[in-house]
Write a protein that binds this ligand. Structure first.
Ligand code: MSP
Length: 522
């Protein structure tokens, strides 16, 4: 049996409601997970929520409720949204889960026993927003800490430290020696530069008097664990690392190493590109057992970052209600080049939907099924045709499958979709050029008409396999109309899958046009 494809996404902070950026990341990971299932691989897709830390404590305080209640309420918004958007995760990582707490505490104890942790007094500037001490590196040109750090206060306190700097040379060699550690490549270079600047150790505790909402250090109950140290461990704790078994978690040896961690560009350095590999290395993981990072860009609004203060937060829940979850999935996957930032625009979503889905694929399906019903009572004849244009479509289908697969393997989902929709366009052109309505009038053209209808239905069958990871429900509806009752599999995306005398069902619009565009949601 093939290794389980283990994919994770960054776990979302529960100090605020989910926005379109969070949705983009989950959809991206979901599409990759579904693609691997389509290939017939066992898949484990882990995502979840980062529920501890000062920001949650502060947000709860503001709302006048306990942090646990607050985190649970926000968590519910995430789980409801993921259900609405069709995010097919297998494991749910919530950091307040006692199984996670046990794993974090076991790791801390082990690192302490092995001399990787020490207690020290430190005075420095602390960013409340980012929950970290700042160094001179973080100062701007005038020596100031930029607005991205929020309130910066001077704090002097005793904390527990992880010997990060001790592993600097190992990490440089590791990153240098593994160009595939970070995708896309330009982020690999960016990470290497950040690693070279690494100086100092990592404070992994917060005194309870300042922050009580976290996982207690097993050897010093006056402290809780720094939220990043706690959160990163989710990738292994929920995969069963150090578990005693019998707790509903997977077996660690079945999953690890994860094939890919999907994260946004803001959390590559230092969290996932420096702290995380060093944590794993210090725990005794081999270099081969350190997962790759797939780093995506940001979803922006009008070129600007979404932020509460700008009041430009886009709510994916409302968008899914207005246009349907799969319109949103398609738009985000088709318009964003993996690794780059994208600008969200509601009118783009509408025009993508109308052009590609309603006029493109929807139209092809409708025309094909209507013509098959009208001219052949919905029954196909699988004939061998030597007509050049029929053979061309057959070849274009094979090219679309090859191109789609190659692009998906490179995580270039937008390019994979482009390949599929080039084929959709090609098929619609074939309807126009072959003009079945004319063929139907001439009994001498009966075999040609059979070949054209079969070619179109067969093309739709293949398209509905390829588009499944992005449009799972729409493709299921297309398969139902084509009267196909087997589960979609990439290995079936080969020509001539529909048998002779196969009956098609009546057409039901899958992508009714969105008209008029309507007022924007944000
Ligand atoms: N809790 C940390 C991650 C811990 S993982 C061990 C965190 N949470 S977050 O809620 O701020 O972000 C969750 C994910 O969403 C991150 O990968 C982040 O990069 C991504 N995004 C947040 N805003 C985004 C956009 N505007 N656009 C795209 N992705 C964005 O970081």
């Amino acid at each position: 049996m093939a290794k389980t494809f283990y994919i994770t996404t960054a776990i979302d902070y529960t100090n605020a409601a989910p926005h379109i950026g969070h949705a983009y990341e989950k959809i991206l990971a979901d599409v990759l997970a579904r693609y691997h299932r389509l290939k017939g691989e066992p898949v484990y897709f882990l995502t979840g929520v980062d529920q501890h830390g000062q920001k949650v404590q502060q947000a709860a305080q503001k709302a006048g409720i306990e942090p646990a209640r607050y985190a649970a309420d926000v968590t519910e918004k995430f789980t409801a949204l993921w259900a609405k958007l069709g995010i097919s995760y297998d494991g749910w990582a919530a950091t307040t889960d006692p199984r996670h707490r046990q794993c974090v505490q076991r790791i801390l104890q082990r690192l302490r026993d092995e001399g990787q942790l020490y207690k020290a007094n430190y005075g420095g500037y602390y960013s409340v927003r980012q929950e970290q001490f700042l160094t001179d590196k973080e100062r701007g040109e005038n020596g100031e800490f930029g607005p991205e750090w929020g309130d910066v206060v001077y704090i002097e306190e005793e904390n527990w430290y992880f010997r990060l700097a001790q592993h600097r040379d190992w990490l440089i060699a590791f990153v240098e020696g593994r160009p595939e550690f970070v995708f896309p490549g330009f982020r690999h270079t960016e990470l290497l530069n950040a690693v070279r600047k690494l100086a100092g150790d990592l404070s992994i505790s917060r005194p309870k008097e300042r922050l009580a909402w976290g996982i207690e250090l097993p050897f010093d109950p006056a402290y809780v664990t720094y939220v990043w140290f706690d959160a990163l461990i989710n990738y292994i704790s929920f995969a069963g690392y150090l578990s005693d078994g019998g707790d509903g978690l997977p077996r660690f040896e079945d999953l690890w190493p994860a094939d890919v961690h999907v994260i946004g560009k803001d959390i590559m350095a230092p969290a996932h590109g420096i702290y995380w590999p060093i944590m794993l290395h210090a725990l005794g993981f081999s270099d081969q057992d350190i997962p790759r990072l797939l780093v995506h860009g940001y979803v922006n609004i009008g070129g600007a970052k979404m932020s509460k203060s700008l009041g430009n937060i886009v709510d994916p829940d409302a968008l899914a209600d207005k246009y349907g979850a799969e319109s949103l999935r398609y738009y985000l996957m088709r318009d964003c080049t993996m690794g780059q930032d994208m600008d969200f625009a509601e009118d783009r979503l509408v025009s993508r939907f109308n052009t590609d889905l309603a006029n493109g694929l929807g139209n092809l399906l409708n025309r094909t099924l209507n013509m098959a019903a009208r001219y052949r009572n919905g029954v196909l004849a699988r004939t061998q045709s030597d007509d050049a244009d029929v053979r061309e479509i057959e070849q274009a289908a094979a090219a679309a499958v090859a191109n789609f697969t190659a692009r998906m393997e490179e995580y270039q989902i937008h390019a994979a979709l482009e390949a599929v929709w080039e084929f959709v366009t090609r098929c619609n052109q074939f309807v126009d050029s072959s003009a079945p309505w004319k063929l139907a009038k001439d009994p001498a053209q009966a075999a040609r008409l059979d070949a054209v209808l079969y070619t179109l239905a067969e093309s739709l069958r293949i398209i509905a396999i390829l588009a499944t990871p992005v449009l799972p429900n729409a493709c299921a509806a297309i398969r139902a109309q084509l009267n196909i009752d087997t589960a979609p599999a990439l290995s079936d995306a080969k020509w001539a899958g529909l048998p002779d005398k196969h009956s098609l069902s009546a057409p039901v619009p899958v992508f009714p046009r969105i008209e008029p565009p309507g007022p924007p949601i944000s």
